[in-house]
Design a protein around this ligand. Structure first.
Ligand SMILES: Nc1ncnc2c1ncn2[C@@H]1O[C@H](COP(=O)(O)OP(=O)(O)OP(=O)(O)O)[C@@H](O)[C@H]1O
Ligand SMILES: [Mg+2]
Length: 231
């Protein structure tokens, strides 16, 4: 069963036509990556199922639901949570308040504030300070914790390694694998090939708004990917 399917999707911002016939899917239990250089449309894939970019053609299926009009909460309600590019921690809210935002979508499941604090003990220590007063790595934990608060079946991470030290990126990879093993599927959008190689079982390469290559990690040609991603 697929948690997320895009089929022949064309997406626009106003008149700007960004995605051209994009088809991709993430099945239950999978860890999948989207690779591609700056500006090729990776975030627009996310914006398409968040209702931010407008879909003109094609079909998007969110965990078995195909809403006629995708709204901002459609994905979260269907069990798809996004850790957005740049993290989007709300600067006027504390760590705890930022986490609680993730629970605005009421889905049953194991995650709550205490479980997130057990996963990331530093967030418990810093619960009363402003979210944006923490380091980049800690803010990334907060963004992931906030997404987990909606008890997602699929966690989508948009360039989570951006601005993080290599050792933190490595921990992020371990976390994605652990979450995957615990039953949360992963869609990892990245230009960091090392992180993708560690986490993903399957990949898609985007270029100029199109899927130009896809396959399993086992069949991956590093040489061909070097053309499309930073290694
Ligand atoms: N809100 C917007 N309005 C108009 N054009 C946009 C908007 N957001 C992105 N674009 C354009 O759409 C194209 C794809 O952008 P997108 O953000 O999806 O790329 P990306 O692959 O995520 O890049 P990056 O790796 O830099 O995050 C770019 O040409 C960008 O300028
Ligand atoms: Mg992006």
């Amino acid at each position: 069963m697929n948690l997320l399917t895009l089929k022949d999707v064309d997406s626009f911002y106003g008149k700007a036509h960004v995605l051209h016939g994009v088809s991709l899917s993430v099945a239950k239990g999978e860890r999948v990556a989207i690779l591609g250089r700056n500006g090729v449309g990776k975030t627009t894939v996310v914006n398409s199922f968040l209702g931010i970019a407008r879909i003109r053609n094609g079909m998007i299926d969110l965990n078995g639901q195909r809403p006629a009009h995708i709204r901002h909460f459609s994905a979260a309600k269907a069990g798809i949570a996004v850790v957005p590019q740049g993290r989007r921690i709300v600067p006027t809210l504390t760590v705890l308040e930022n986490l609680e935002l993730g629970a605005a979508v009421d889905r049953k499941g194991p995650w709550n504030v205490e479980m997130v604090f057990d996963l990331f003990p530093i967030l418990r220590e810093r619960r009363s300070q402003l979210g944006t007063s923490m380091s980049g790595g800690q803010q990334q934990m907060l963004a992931i914790g906030r997404a987990l608060m909606s008890n997602p079946d699929l966690l989508v991470l948009d360039e989570p390694s951006e601005g993080l030290a290599p050792v933190i990126v490595d921990e992020l990879g371990d976390l994605c694998i652990n979450l995957g093993n615990q039953g949360t599927s992963i869609l990892l959008i990245e230009q960091n090939f090392g992180l993708v190689h560690k986490v993903a079982e399957r990949y898609y390469v985007l270029s100029k708004g199109m899927v130009i290559e896809e396959g399993t990690m086992a069949g991956l040609s590093i040489e061909s990917l070097k053309k499309h991603v930073a290694v």
